[in-house]
Design a protein around this ligand. Sequence first.
Ligand code: COA
Length: 311
Amino acid sequence: MKYSRISGTGSYLPEKVLTNHDIEKFVDTSDEWIQERTGIKSRHIAADGETATDMAAQALQRALENSGKTAQDLDLIIVATCTAHCRFPSIATQLQNIYKVKNFPAFDLNAACSGFIYGLNLVDTMVRSGQVRCAAVIGTEHMSSLIDWSDRSTCVLFGDGAGAVIVEPSNEAGIISTHIHADGAHMDLLYHDAASGKIVMEGNKVFRVAVKTLERIVDETLDANKLDRSAVDWLLPHQANLRIMLATAQKLDMTEEQVIITVDEHGNTSAASIPLALDVGIARGQIKRGEVLMMESFGAGFTWGSALVRY
Ligand code: COA
């Protein structure tokens, strides 16, 4: 079998919801400002003691059930994250331990908000080469652990959650192509400050680079496949800011109705945002089998990438 395809999806969101009005109570901001600038209304926040591993395990369980597989079928786990509660062992090997499975590769990767797209790229290559027959790619993030709750310019933006997909070989192209890039020259614009433990971002500058870069990546993706914009049924963007997402939609001549939007309820969940939005888009009845999705992401590093996927 020459190709790979996504055979199942799953996601998990912590129970606690933090609304913009809740945040208004402890920093100088307003629901109106946050919605207007970002599209975010609320986000989920992990419970005390709930880790990125716990959220990943829940999302993986649901993705396995959805694809009719069990953990025993897996022969690869890749976890995209930058918020593991310990530096090692990886969340991926912790999941092996939770599920009592072993003897296959399992590792975490950190490409910030682009981590899930990087994971899809790797898994697609490994499935196509015949090394892997049933892989899990998971994005899981505990962003609230990195937030400075007194910094209004960043604390309103992020949320916690996890999303997972199961990828298997296929005779037809499910994952049509993936494209991944990075440029470390602008790391000062968005980073985790090791001294304070918090996120630092020059939002305005990041915004401008993100819009331009995402325009280029959708062109690159269509060109690589000699496809016209009309071939894409859904834009499934990284959910950081509704204005960035709609700028990319406009570039693709797509309407807001053709964009999977979860940023309003999830905020920016970094590497978890695309698999979460995929699972939600399917559950809502928006995305159907056979439709073509343009996934795209931009994040710290900078890293960026895309995946053109026939679901
Ligand atoms: N509530 C109210 N005012 C706020 C605020 C908040 N939560 N956060 C910032 N402001 C203020 C600023 O202090 C500034 O005030 P000033 O003009 O008096 O100095 C003003 O709002 C404008 O700030 P600015 O940062 O220019 O706003 P913006 O329109 O760029 O929106 C972001 C800020 C963060 C929402 C936006 O830049 C963004 O989304 N950036 C990209 C994020 C991203 O994609 N990250 C990469 C992927 S992880």
